[in-house]
Structures are given as structure tokens and as C-alpha cells.
Design a protein around this ligand. Sequence first.
Ligand SMILES: CC(C)(COP(=O)(O)OP(=O)(O)OC[C@H]1O[C@@H](n2cnc3c(N)ncnc32)[C@H](O)[C@@H]1OP(=O)(O)O)[C@@H](O)C(=O)NCCC(=O)NCCS
Length: 164
Amino acid sequence: MTRSANLREETPEDHSAIGGLLVAAFDRYGEAELVEALRKEGDLVFGGVAAIDGDIIGYVALSRMRAPFPALGLGPIAVAARHRQKGVASTLLHWSLAHVQKDQWPAIFVLGDGAFYGRFGFRPELAAGFGTPYAGPHFMALALNGELPAKEGQVDYAPAFDQL
Ligand SMILES: CC(C)(COP(=O)(O)OP(=O)(O)OC[C@H]1O[C@@H](n2cnc3c(N)ncnc32)[C@H](O)[C@@H]1OP(=O)(O)O)[C@@H](O)C(=O)NCCC(=O)NCCS
């Protein structure tokens, strides 16, 4: 990982820098606005930050899902362009998952690249039984405490995602 990056939970003082990072990483405003809406609507459960010398270079959001059991949705995740391919996202993700596991969240869902998220234990077969607008091979689940509390039901991201 990039030398001396510090991992921590976001604070209100970080919001502006996180927004800037997300706009730059995605080259649009949608993800920054999404995270703002998640905060405002009380659905952002955990915002993990990687910082070097006070500059935020990585961010991951975990938000409350609509699901039959407590479940978090992962994303967006972003790393500043000049710090990519050095393990920042992976390290921040491992640390963030360990943090929410301690808080007794049994399940995390993600829509994304299987090769990347598979490294953290996300599996499409674990998510396959759930009804969701995101169904397909890129929709994956991670069981943080051994197995999911249920294998089927309706799951969806927080309402703020509907605007993305
Ligand atoms: C995806 C992203 C967060 C990875 O950050 P990173 O710090 O470079 O990641 P790491 O160094 O820990 O791991 C690198 C891995 O990221 C994965 N990766 C890179 N770009 C990716 C992308 N656009 N989508 C999915 N995975 C990607 C690759 O699997 C890569 O693996 P490799 O080492 O075999 O090439 C970063 O490229 C980024 O901010 N991209 C723009 C925003 C984005 O697309 N976010 C993901 C969708 S929410």
C-alpha cells in the first residue's frame, strides 16, 4: 500500500474533500451527490477514509440496504488516480469490512467486478437467491459471520441510489 496512508472513519470536516475525490475519480457528480444524500437520509453507516499527510486519497461508503436482515451495500469506492494500483482500495476495504463486522453487520452486498471483489470473499452465488433490480453475475454478497441469515428475499440499495 502507499506509504504511510492513515485509515480512519470519516468526520464532517472530510465531507468536502471526499466529494472532490469522488467527482475526480468518476468524472461526474453522481457519486459525490449520492454520498451526500446517504448522509442526509441517515443511511450512510460507515465512510472509510485513507489519508496521506491529511490529504484524502481513498474513500469507501457502506450504507444500509433494504433487506430482510441487517445488510450493507458497498460503494462507491474510489482512490485518487495517482495513488492507484498500490493496494490502497484493497487495504481500505479490508479495514472497513473488519470495522463493520465488529458492529455485527452479517451481510454486505456489492455490484461490481468479480475479480476484484472476489478477493474479499464476495460471491455471486451467495446473492443469486435474492430479488433485486441488480440481479446478475456482478451482484455479489459477503457473509461476514460465516453464512447469511437468509438465502432469499428482496434486497435493494438505500433510496438515494435510485437517483444515481
Ligand atoms: C477501483 C479503484 C478504487 C481501485 O483502487 P486501487 O487502490 O488502485 O486498487 P488496489 O490497488 O487495491 O487494487 C487494484 C485492483 O483494482 C481493480 N480495479 C481497478 N480498476 C477497477 C475498476 N474500474 N473496477 C473494478 N476493479 C478495478 C483491479 O482488479 C486491480 O487489480 P490488479 O492489481 O489485478 O490490476 C480505483 O481504480 C478507482 O478509484 N477507480 C475509479 C472509480 C471506480 O471505478 N470505482 C469502482 C466502482 S464503485
